[in-house]
Design a protein around this ligand. Structure first.
Ligand code: ATP
Length: 305
């Protein structure tokens, strides 16, 4: 099947800065795909090149099989965009802006419904300049969705949104996907990636260093779970090391730390109950995507240094 988005060997240089260095990935139709990476790692440049907003120095981009530079008119109908540094004329009213964007599409989304969904119904007649930062941000996401695009780019969609508005934005993006949209999400929020993204590409210094599901990244790079508890009596550390799923056991500060896969938990529970420590206070820690991401980035930078 033709992917919604194919990016192959994409490179872009600004003078002496190689912002994007041979980036490649594919996004299947209906996927929510994340692009993450430290500041300046090339996410926005990649997203802009992919959408035909910047011309890459080299590489191939296909959106539903089409080169965005060859058919810009068709791209405008296929793609919805919320850019990181968007702006509108100060005096344009919220309703007017939405109507203007909707008029570009053969089958736009209902404007009133969209304003309600994005918490802007009472701002229909407000000027763009009078909106708060979070309201502007929500307007730009609504503008990206009003044309009912098949592929949506959202660059730091929830930056500046309050926690309630963030959750609501996640729900609405999930809904847009269920209605058939494919979504590319540029973000710094790992909770957002874990919650929304089917797969995620990690960019460092213009290169993709890994692509996987959030769970896949955690499994491959997270080092499993760790459980800490007071040293059992008799200690039986060797027996602990032999438990299924256990990859390491260490002792410090009067606590044993057992590291391993999720499978080790059952065996550990059994071990503790048969060693008279059934009521031991367990501290269980599972690395999240943010831990893994930070490790990955640090590792990639160290390898290049
Ligand atoms: N118009 C430009 N002219 C010159 N250099 C640029 C331009 N845009 C970006 N860069 C440089 O290219 C590199 C990648 O920038 P880019 O904005 O793509 O990164 P990013 O990953 O989106 O960063 P952030 O997370 O901070 O938004 C940076 O070193 C940046 O300084």
């Amino acid at each position: 099947m033709t992917p919604a988005l194919l990016v192959d060997g994409l490179s872009k240089r600004y003078g002496r800065v190689l912002a994007v260095d041979g980036v490649g990935f594919e996004v299947a139709e209906g996927e929510i795909f994340g692009l993450v990476g430290p500041n300046g790692s090339g996410k926005t440049t990649t997203a802009e090149c992919v959408q035909g907003l910047r011309r890459p120095d080299s590489g191939r981009v296909r959106i539903f099989g089409v080169d965005p530079h060859d058919q810009p008119g068709r791209m405008a109908r296929l793609v919805g965009t919320q850019l990181q540094d968007s702006t509108l004329p100060d005096r344009i009213r919220v309703g007017e802006a939405l109507h203007l964007f909707a008029s570009l599409a053969p089958e736009p989304v209902d404007e009133t419904e969209l304003l309600e969904q994005w918490g802007l119904a009472d701002k229909r007649r407000a000027s763009f300049a009078s909106l708060s930062g979070g309201q502007k941000q929500r307007l730009f996401v609504a503008l990206a969705l009003v044309t009912r695009p098949r592929l949506v780019f959202l660059d730091e969609m929830t930056t500046g949104l309050d926690p309630g508005a963030r959750r609501e934005a996640w729900r609405l993006i999930g809904q847009a996907r269920r209605k058939g949209a494919t979504i590319v999400l540029v973000t710094h929020f790992m909770d957002e990636v874990e919650r929304l993204c089917d797969r995620v590409a990690v960019l460092v210094d213009g290169r993709v260093i890994d692509i996987d599901t959030p769970a896949g990244l955690i499994t491959r790079h997270g080092g499993g779970i760790s459980v800490r508890f007071p040293v059992p009596k008799p200690a039986g550390l060797d027996a602990l090391r032999r438990l299924p799923g256990v990859s390491g056991v260490s002792v410090g500060d009067g606590l044993v730390e057992v590291r391993g896969t999720g499978r080790s938990l059952t065996a550990l529970g059994h071990f503790l109950s048969t060693h008279g420590a059934a009521d031991a206070e367990l501290q269980v820690r599972q690395p999240g995507l943010e831990d893994v991401y930070l490790e990955l980035v640090a590792g990639a930078r160290k390898a290049r240094a």
